[in-house]
Design a protein around this ligand. Sequence first.
Ligand code: ATP
Ligand code: MG
Length: 506
Amino acid sequence: MSEGAVKKEEKPRKFQAIRGTRDLLPPETALWTRVEQTAHEVFATFGFGEIRPPVFEPTDLFARAVGGETDIVSKEMYTFVDRSEKLEPQPSIGSMDVFLEQVKRLSKSGELPQDEIDLELVEKQWKKVDGLLQGISKIEAGSTEIYTLIMLFEALRLGGDVSLRPEATASVCRAYIEHNMQQLPQPVKLYYMGPMFRRERPQKGRYRQFYQIGAEILGGPDAPAIDAELIEMLMTFFGKLGLEGTTLDINSIGHAADNCRRGYVRKLKAELEKVKDKLGADSQRRIETNPLRVLDSKLEHEQAIVEQLPRIADNLCDDCKMHYAAVKRELALRDVAYRENWRLVRGLDYYMRTTFEITARGLGSQNAVCGGGRYDGLVQLLGGPPTKGIGFAIGEDRLILSLEESGKVPAAPGPDVYIAWMGQNAYATAIRAARALRNAGLRVELPATELKFGKALERASKLGSRFALILGDNEVADGQWTLKTLRDGSQQKLTEPALLEYLLKP
Ligand code: ATP
Ligand code: MG
């Protein structure tokens, strides 16, 4: 078959980015870089260090930290089994010793997710079953042992259940515990940036791969100044970027105790039962699953009802009340403007006291650019020591959208110098000149093939270059290079050192 015939028969498939994901391209990526660079700089001035956790973790970590009942965990996670193909076929009782050898070998060579397999336990279990198999009459009694063994092997065969991270607080807390960071001077201040994954309905400001910039403060006291300084850092960051129309909403959701949030939720639930018939299906369901979330409702006809519900601020215990009042004082000391929003809640038990959210302009209904709050119980919930914690996550995609809407996009920079060269002598000089100019930090375009000067100058202005350096054999022979300023078309002759000096002067 001729090549042409092959092409006709199987037209190669054209690939597209998966729904809800997208390519970030220049010149927009320059804005992403500026945002991230600003985060590095501002966060460093507040004493934060960067952490880069992996993008996938055991599914259980997120189930625990984010909550198995949340939409994120129950519907939106990208979960898969991290298995070794080499472990097929499935082990059977008769071939288990062979299988065990194979598992040992693969484990040694790093094929298996090591920490998920307790080889010793498997071996012990296997010996038990083997022993039982010797006395056939006892096999009935030993069937649970065999079953356990099969389950262990099954787990081995399948490998670990892992998920792409839907958020990063869980990973940061896991890392805090794993690296014994409670032994460092407290609190430990960490920030991260990177992609998160949630299988949501894609729309403006909502993607399946999106980016967050977040920070966490772990350990140390729960002094209100910590909450306030974290928020001050955020607002400083947004200010440096020139983000417009930001509003900071704050609230306190108390702590999980009968004389505080638990008591309030009970009261709230009772009130909600009374108006149940007037609520939509989602809110009706939430009365049972998570009454606080009803306060989140965006439904028009529910607003008047929600406004009549009891408010958490009137139901906080004395300690939480004092903490909230102090956070507000501390914010005022820092000139951070805020709005109290009693309907701002978080649904999970370990979230407590301070919660906050920042909205920005130009984002339609997806206008939250940042959410955060205190979560003093989370590290302990993940098997660590009792540890105070507070953090936030900024939606970088939305932050960038908002900056773009208000025209805060840096112009894409063209080259500083386009080198128009003709002739082989000139080419060697052009390469040298390009290297010298680039070493001095200038953006240089060196055409890969020879172009007539007219054509080269045309390209130079199309690219928006500031200067064209014209190098022909004459220029090289004289040691006098021609520099053309493209804005006004003026030309001058300069020696190589004079040219560098001229281009580098501010
Ligand atoms: P929303 O109510 O908008 O769904 P959320 O409560 O799910 O937000 P968090 O989990 O608190 O959001 O994440 C913090 C920030 O991350 C949000 O304020 C938002 O800016 C951003 N974010 C969350 N989900 C997405 C997404 N699918 N696409 C883009 N940004 C997102
Ligand atoms: Mg969401």
